[in-house]
Ligand binder design. Structure first.
Ligand SMILES: [Zn+2]
Length: 416
């Protein structure tokens, strides 16, 4: 079944929730197909991609990713020693995961991006840049941390769920603008990233990789790349480095009881997968198909609300930061004749906020005797780097605006 048909079926499923007994069996089947139970939490959530399609699509997409890289002259899987290590780490972690029967596959792309990623279906990719840029290539625990995080995304089926979520957001809100935005998508994605971290720390511990090596990765990343939400325009799709350090530090403490030593697989891993301190207790099956359909809609909607809450938090932070910058920055100016004989205005903008100001707009308002604005002119000051407490100069030529007898200067739209 293709994704479009499945989406139509989800609408039908929602519309059919009427409680008729004869529908019940159908709903149960529908729920299993469209909103399967999560491998980790046992909860139902809309997922327009079937598992069969997921594997098939990921296999195809994976092949084209590798073919494209090779076409651009980027080597793939040429470092056999490193590839073997990655495969061994992947196999050990996948074995103790909730989804052992996938065609797991890892590839090493010789490209400088500081990243690793998955496209679902058991396909994982590492860029060479991840080693050295983020993780220590000589430390198996750090490699395992990234590997287990990606395996966490695959097991939780995040790729398909994102599609289900976008659908839920559309169904539950008429305000397209507030649900379709970057901030919402980024907020939703951050929840997935946090979940993958949780699952990842659990899996690596069960497979015999020391979880206390994880927070160090994010402490290092924080030192190197910082944790400024404004650097991402608030649309960061992973927890900020500093936050991730704190979160994984807590997770690693929880996971320590499941870690039995370097290279030692936890013999009780199957029981622990169903109930543990990181991902909680796996929910058991609901009574009927009707209940399952309701539950699927409710769980999907709950995830949507969580993402909305995160989005609102960021919007509040953004507004607060903007207010601070505008309230705390001020402008001074004077007029004089320029060397070429025109009248010019020269000024200073002072940054009294706590942020480094990168761009600012100074608006020159031409007013008449009654104080009414007869013309306004924006002076864009770009590519600045004004540190807190420091100032920068700006200037513009004055125009001969008929009727104007004075000017007023104000700042606006400060960005950083
Ligand atoms: Zn991730």
């Amino acid at each position: 079944m293709n994704a479009v048909n499945r989406i139509v079926l989800i609408f039908v499923l929602m519309a059919l929730v009427s409680g008729c007994a004869e529908l019940d069996q159908g709903l149960s089947k529908g729920s299993d197909i469209l909103a399967p139970r999560d491998y980790v939490t046992g909860k139902r959530e809309l997922n327009p991609i079937s598992e069969q399609d997921e594997v098939q699509q990921a296999t195809q997409a994976g092949e084209s990713i590798l073919a494209e890289a090779r076409q651009r002259g980027v080597a793939v899987d040429t470092d056999k020693e490193m590839l073997l290590r990655l495969q061994e780490i992947m196999n050990r972690i996948a074995k103790v995961s909730h989804r052992t029967n996938l065609p797991w596959e890892v590839h090493l792309i010789e490209s400088p991006e500081v990243n690793a990623f998955t496209i679902g279906g058991g396909k994982i990719f590492f860029y060479r840049g991840a080693f050295g840029g983020l993780i220590d290539p000589n430390n198996d625990n750090e490699i395992a941390a990234v590997m287990a995080h990606e395996i966490g995304h695959v097991v939780a089926r995040h790729t398909g769920k994102s599609m289900g979520q976008q659908l839920a957001a559309k169904i539950s809100s008429k305000a397209k603008k507030s649900t379709g935005g970057d901030l919402y998508r980024a907020s939703y994605s951050t929840l997935h990233e946090d979940e993958a971290d949780k699952i990842g720390v659990l899996y690596m511990s069960l497979a015999g990789y020391d979880p206390t090596d994880v927070p160090g990765i994010w402490a290092r990343a924080n030192k190197k790349y910082g944790s400024d939400p404004k650097a991402h325009n608030y649309a960061y799709d992973h927890s900020l480095n500093e936050d991730r350090f704190v979160k994984t530090n807590t997770l690693s403490v929880f996971a320590l009881s499941y870690y039995k030593g370097q290279g030692v697989e936890n013999a009780d891993y199957k029981t622990i997968l169903d109930s543990n301190n990181l991902t909680g207790k796996k929910a058991t099956e609901e009574g009927s198909g009707f209940a399952a359909a309701i539950k699927a809609a409710a769980d999907t909607y709950t995830s949507h609300l969580e993402a909305k809450t995160e989005e609102h938090k960021r919007q509040g932070q953004m507004q607060q930061d903007k207010l601070n910058a505008q309230r705390l920055s001020k402008v001074t100016y004077k007029m004089q004749n320029t060397t070429t004989g025109y009248k010019g205005i020269f000024g200073n903008i002072q940054n009294l906020s706590n942020n480094v100001v990168k761009n600012a707009t100074v608006t020159v308002l031409y007013v008449n005797q009654a104080g009414k604005v007869v013309h306004s002119e924006d002076v864009l000051i770009q590519n600045l780097s004004i540190l807190p407490g420091q100032s920068a100069s700006w200037s513009t030529l004055l125009k001969n605006v008929p009727g104007s007898t004075g000017i007023v200067v104000q700042t606006s739209d400060l960005t950083w």
